[in-house]
Write a protein that binds this ligand. Sequence first.
Ligand code: NAP
Length: 498
Amino acid sequence: MSFKDATLIEVDSAVHEAHIAFLSYKNFSGKKRAEFLRAIADEIEALGDELVKTAMSETALPEARIIGERGRTTGHCRMFADYIQEGSWVEARVDTALPDRAPAPKPDIRKKMTALGPVVVFGAANFPLAYSTAGGDTASALAAGCPVIVKAHPAHAKTSELVAGAILKAMSKTGMPKGVFQHLHGAGFEVGQALVKHPNTKAVGFTGSFAGGKALFDLANQRPVPIPVFAEMSSINPIVLLPNSLKKNFESTASMLAASMVLGVGQFCTNPGLILAVEDDGLNQFIKHLSGALSKSLPAEMLHPGIANNYVKRMAEALSQKGVKLEVQSEAESKVGDKNQGRPTLASAPASEFLKNPALAEEVFGPFSLIIRCKDMGELNSVVSHLHGQLTATIIGDEEEIAKASNITNTLIDRAGRLIINGVPTGVEVCPSQNHGGPFPATTDSRFTAVGTDAIKRFARPVSFQNFPDSLLPDELKNKNPLGIWRIVNGEMTQKGW
Ligand code: NAP
């Protein structure tokens, strides 16, 4: 089934409607918005098997993965519902007046976070549910009080349409104003670009390629009134293997990384694409075992032909760079009739080439990793310092060795949004302490996370209210604290009013 692309007139009317909806929706209580988010979760579950089968047929992802992703999607809708119903997320600060202060009196000033306005969300190819129509961007924007317009990803348009139907049902069941959620199709850039350029659009959420995210970011900054674009784009998630530990644990480290590399045919933004280590016997043993594991892993169907073709092209580019050696490629050739196969592949290159050639630091989206062979710890440090911004960085070693290499950890803190010790970057826990973001080019704004409760902060801004009489203040800032939320009142954290 194919869906009609939205016309520019439809784009204009959608953003206009979202703006009208914003004027009332932003003032709805946290409780009412929470009811809407919970109803979305219920309606997605009510789609039952049809949703699972549709997503499987459009993406080639297995049933267990789609069911897991559905749980994650309904889970984050309910997580944001609980979060905004409790209410402290608005970060209320109250500084009461000191009329007798000398030399000048202090006014009464109170501050809270408030919604930005209509948000445009681009569905991601690699997460048809959890980062698409009712994904983390949509749920956090709706939670903040922002209407959402989703530009469906054409690779799973039918799945997107089903989820959009569930959200529309939830809107009508919970009495939400028309225009709080809208869903547009558009295979081609025109619809997405018109949405980003529209004067009533106030922010954008995006997950996809560097080229796409950067193009939309630039477009948003060229508007007469620029707006924030929260784009999650490109990360190769470096893994630093410290030599003493590698000598002892080369086999278990190789098995752990092989599993992470091929998980979901490598189509995760947290896929371990770069492995850094010192050239020695431990590294040779590690490469032997990792190659053994990868040679036995089967190629599998990737999400869509565009991603599969891109994988083949980007991998060929990486393998053609000076100094790059192909270590292993999955032994199993694609069978006749198999389509869009992603073949697990491992390559290596000397650090001297990595330091000279920016092409070696580019993302190859799929089950591909490049090992950088460093001649000593000094060169390993230089490679770490040379890295771009990343979503994650991992160090594998024992506590003592990691402590000795503290400059590596220190540098990685400046390069990545999440640091991991003795684990793998794939698997992003959804919880308040999660940070899924990182310095450019991993994202366009390293100050925010796309996962976890803090994702709501992308779609809200602080507003101060000076000398407002109590009756005219938002509930969160009134003297009596009618919602009972945590606030900082004259420097003290309290849940009480007065
Ligand atoms: P994409 O090409 O970036 O597209 C994502 C969405 O953005 C699509 O809806 C696309 O519209 C839209 N878009 C892209 N460029 C645009 C532009 N210049 N103007 C307006 N809209 C634009 O990503 P994809 O199709 O999902 O996958 C392609 C490649 O992206 C992959 O091979 C992979 O390298 C990378 N990727 C990375 C991640 C990650 O997490 N790092 C995730 C997914 C994909 P159309 O559909 O109309 O093209």
